[in-house]
Design a protein around this ligand. Structure first.
Ligand code: WTA
Length: 672
């Protein structure tokens, strides 16, 4: 745990932007002392149609009135212009923006900044032609292909608000998001290629549109990119290729207010439906760009690769916006790390001479488990920075990443952040300071992070507490779409005056931050953020279920896997007493249990998506509850987690201690 790895930075004959802890500290102090000056200077690098009047105004304390955050007020700009046109104006139009690497290794192509701009302009014109206007919400549900990026930027150019939905979500989950966003336009494709699988999207979209109709929302425009070759029988769908074909490849830019919305991205909270996290234009633009430049030590000529799906925030900020705003060359990869074999990531790194590689601990752990020849046969000497995000990385995986992938010559940056923060918040900077495997190190510029005790006082070094941020940074979300009240309650009510991240962690003696995990009921499965309530609502649709709790249980590769604990209805079709403890005495009951398990898994797949399928369904006699009747998921997690914890945490609030005894007994029999 306490290993310190000194700056192992492969400088490749050039200096890191921040090459000592002193220069990091000096710049961080400057960003905190005078944020207006600091961020004003950063923002000046961009093109503004009208300059801002005021860098920052905000209220971070609910006691002083409504929470608000405004950056660069009075300014008018456009993020698409800054991501594409600006570089072409500067003579960089022939630079590659994206190397597209398809699912099959022999499908690849590249897009220069000039070509990408032409395609984006054509698509913006297409959107205007079918009546999409500034401020309209547009749902994008697509595979990881260049058209997804074109769709995102095409919206941004005309001021439409994009909301990308991860391609793994089911029709029900997609419909919830379309309805909440009030979107009348969907951009999609016929299917997704994922390794050996071809997943059709048309039926999912059709079903989602039907659900929207039942909820009084008419989706009147569907643009369909033909990609896999599935036929669309629905005449209402507009063919992407036909629509774009007749459109001009120039499109004027809509100059937008700094605080106009840029995108909505739905994410899970501990309760209720997914939250539409709203990000606005100028602050997000400035923050995405600066974090990308410094945390990955991006320099001209680098080839940057963030493997995250664009359906999540990491893909928004570090596959699309951050790199493009810095005029970088990136990889867009459609496939999966294990197809056609377990060396695919490394073969792509070699093929394009990738310099920065950014992925999730779950991918690192799964690749670590494969035969070493998948890695060793590739030349990875171009790599300088290795990034990770999404969950804490255990030191074993960190060290494998550092040694086996980076050959002890690359900086490993463990970046801690959230959908809500827009960009990374706490991270080592390559070349600036020694790293500690498992710690995300030090706050980024403009970020003030604290760990607080429950009474709001700062926790001492080594003491676990709640992670909070003290002041706004430009990338912070502005609200939850249509629910500002929920925004204030979720993030600003626990510790007035601070943004509460919902994670616990501690600082060590050197001021390095260690994230421990969520304090709420949000689970993280293979880096995918899933709310307990979303899974529980799906399970509760089965008529045999009386009560349910979904919990993330420690998992060696995925970080967590979902276990569902349920109490059966006494009058249900199953005989609960006999199923308990899996001491199923007869075949009939055994089959009933299999049937129940299958049905519950199917319900989750239908309501949320296959990536949220529970790993285990455990029937229990009772769920542990507080005296006020709240289910204690934390306790279930402690009892059933593979990593045997010595203590069970505080059980003093459990209403019936016998419930715990029974659960522990049951956990023992499950051969964990
Ligand atoms: C977790 C992903 C430990 C954390 C960018 C956070 C991490 C949630 C790290 C946000 C990290 C993210 N170390 N935990 N480096 N990065 N997390 O919104 O619990 O999908 O609150 O954003 O992931 O997940 P989200």
């Amino acid at each position: 745990m306490d290993t310190v790895v000194d700056v192992p930075f492969r400088l490749l004959n050039r200096k890191a932007h921040i090459n000592s802890i002193e220069s990091y500290r000096a710049m961080h102090t400057r960003s905190i002392k005078d944020p207006e000056k600091f961020w004003g200077e950063v923002a000046s690098e961009f093109y503004w149609n009208i300059s801002w009047k005021r860098v920052l105004s905000y209220n971070f304390n609910v006691r002083n009135g409504p929470i608000f955050i405004k950056w660069f007020e009075g300014g008018k700009t456009n993020i698409c212009y800054n991501a594409l046109d600006r570089h072409i104006q500067e003579g960089k139009g022939e630079r590659v923006a994206f190397y597209f690497e398809g699912n099959e290794p022999n499908t690849f192509t590249s897009y220069t900044y000039r070509l990408l701009l032409q395609k984006v302009c054509k698509f913006s014109n297409a959107l205007l032609k079918i009546g999409v206007k500034k401020g309209d919400r547009v749902i994008i549900y697509m595979p990881m292909i260049i058209e997804l990026i074109i769709a995102v930027l095409g919206c941004a150019r005309i001021g439409a608000v994009h909301s990308v939905v991860f391609g793994g979500f089911s029709s029900e989950a997609l419909a919830i998001r379309i309805v909440d966003a009030g979107a009348e336009c969907i951009i999609t494709a016929d299917g997704i290629l994922r390794g050996p699988k071809q997943i059709p999207l048309i039926p999912i979209v059709q079903k989602a549109i039907g659900i929207c109709k039942d909820n009084n929302l008419v989706v009147s425009k569907v643009i369909l990119k033909n990609w896999v070759g599935f036929k669309a029988e629905d005449e209402k769908f507009i063919s992407w290729d036909n629509l774009v074909d007749t459109c001009k490849s120039e499109c004027s830019v809509e100059w937008l207010d700094s605080e106009d919305p840029l995108f909505l991205l739905y994410t899970s909270g501990s309760t209720g439906t997914p939250k539409g996290v709203l990000h606005s234009i100028a602050g997000y633009m400035v923050y995405a760009s600066l974090t990308h430049r410094y945390a990955f030590d991006y320099h001209e000529g680098d080839v940057f690769w963030c493997t995250a799906d664009i359906g999540w925030i990491t893909g928004h900020t570090y596959t699309i916006y951050g790199p493009l705003l810095n005029g970088a060359t990136s990889i867009l990869f459609e496939g999966i790390p294990t197809y056609p074999d377990g060396g695919r990531f490394w073969s792509i790194c070699e093929k394009y001479a990738v310099t920065q590689f950014y992925t999730a601990p779950t991918a690192i752990r799964s690749l670590m488990g494969l035969d070493s020849h998948f890695l060793e046969k590739h030349d990875l000497s171009s790599l300088r920075v290795l990034g990770t995000v999404g969950e804490s990385i255990n030191s074993e995986a960190w060290l494998w990443y550092y040694k086996a992938v980076g050959k002890q010559k690359c900086a490993v940056v463990d970046t801690y952040w959230q959908t809500e923060t827009g960009g990374l918040m706490v991270s080592p900077l390559p070349g600036a300071a020694p790293a500690k495997p498992g710690s995300c190190a030090l706050p980024f510029f403009g970020v003030q992070v604290q760990v607080l005790n429950p009474d709001g006082t700062p926790a001492a070094a080594g003491q676990e507490g709640c992670i909070v941020f003290d002041r706004p940074w430009p990338g912070i979300m502005r609200t939850i779409f249509k629910d500002h009240n929920r925004f204030e309650k979720s993030y600003f009510s626990v510790f007035p005056g601070h943004y509460t991240a919902g994670d616990s962690g501690f600082f060590d003696e050197d001021g390095y931050l260690w994230v421990v995990g969520r304090i709420d009921d949000v689970m993280s499965v293979s880096g995918h953020r899933i709310g307990a309530s979303e899974v529980e609502n799906a399970i509760a649709l089965n008529k045999d279920i009386a009560e349910v709790a979904a919990v993330g249980i420690d998992h060696e590769v995925k970080g967590q896997s979902i276990w569902v604990f349920c109490v059966l209805r006494p009058q249900g079709t199953l005989n609960e007493g006999e199923i308990i403890l899996y001491s199923v005495p007869n075949l009939k009951l055994k089959l009933a249990m299999v049937e129940l398990t299958n049905d519950l898994k199917l319900k989750v797949r239908q309501q949320v998506g296959a990536f949220a399928t529970p790993e285990r369904i455990v029937v229990v006699e009772s769920l542990p509850k507080t005296r006020s009747g709240k289910i204690m998921r934390r306790l279930l997690r402690d009892i059933f987690s593979r990593v045997k914890k010595q203590k069970l945490g505080d059980c003093s609030t459990v209403s019936e201690p016998q419930v715990i005894k029974n659960l522990v007994k049951q956990a023992m029999t499950l051969q964990l």
